[in-house]
Design a protein around this ligand. Structure first.
Ligand code: ADP
Ligand code: MG
Length: 180
């Protein structure tokens, strides 16, 4: 069982707030996933040369009782079920689900790199992860994620949008809020 798995969620097509929440809800329904902590939603500028709408992004931390490959498969199925098609690289997307961190695992497979290879250079991934746990350390580089965030300039915009209510996401069985 992996106790601290961080997933990045993003969307810039359609009702992105609803889509991000629907993705988290789908993941919470999986029997292998539990103990969710969700970040706030953020409005972020696209990190791409393609002109496109701002994104909404958030991240979640959960435990996962399967392999990292099984998790990637689960995320890709959720992307498909929410209407994602494989479009232009770095172009607009209905939903993007990435494995950002899988405890302190470092993995280099052709179809899966952990931590996510661009986690440390993307504010839209760093800020929501650090909201959940400000003490996170990058397993590959051995340095605090907060240091990578400080090193990024002003080019990438990120603004707090709203908190996500826990009742919008979790079925009761997966809820680890501690006060129920
Ligand atoms: P990106 O999220 O980098 O903009 P895509 O979502 O289109 O691009 O990329 C999906 C592909 O990236 C997947 O088919 C998957 O094999 C690969 N990939 C490699 N590492 C990861 C990871 N940590 N999380 C999600 N996808 C990954
Ligand atoms: Mg992706």
């Amino acid at each position: 069982m992996a106790d601290a798995v961080f997933i990045g969620i993003g969307s810039n097509i359609g009702d992105s707030s609803a889509v991000c929440k629907a993705a988290a809800r789908e993941l919470a329904r999986d029997q292998r996933a539990a103990c969710f902590t969700l970040s706030s939603l953020y409005t972020t500028s696209p990190v791409s040369d393609i002109v496109q709408r701002d994104f909404l992004n958030c991240a979640l931390r959960m435990s996962w009782s399967g392999s990292p490959e099984a998790l990637l498969d689960c995320l890709m199925k959720i992307e498909t079920s929410l209407g994602r098609t494989r479009e232009i690289p770095d172009g607009p997307r209905t939903i993007d689900l990435d494995i950002l961190l899988f405890e302190d695992m470092v993995l280099d497979r052709p179809s899966l790199t952990i931590p996510h290879p661009r986690l440390h250079v993307r504010k839209f991934a760093l800020v929501p992860c650090l909201e959940i746990d400000p003490t996170l350390v990058h397993p590959r580089y051995g340095r605090p994620l907060a240091e990578f965030l400080e090193a990024l300039g002003d080019e990438q915009r990120i603004e707090y949008l709203e908190r996500i209510g826990e009742d919008e996401i979790y079925p009761a069985r997966n809820c680890c809020t501690g006060d129920t």
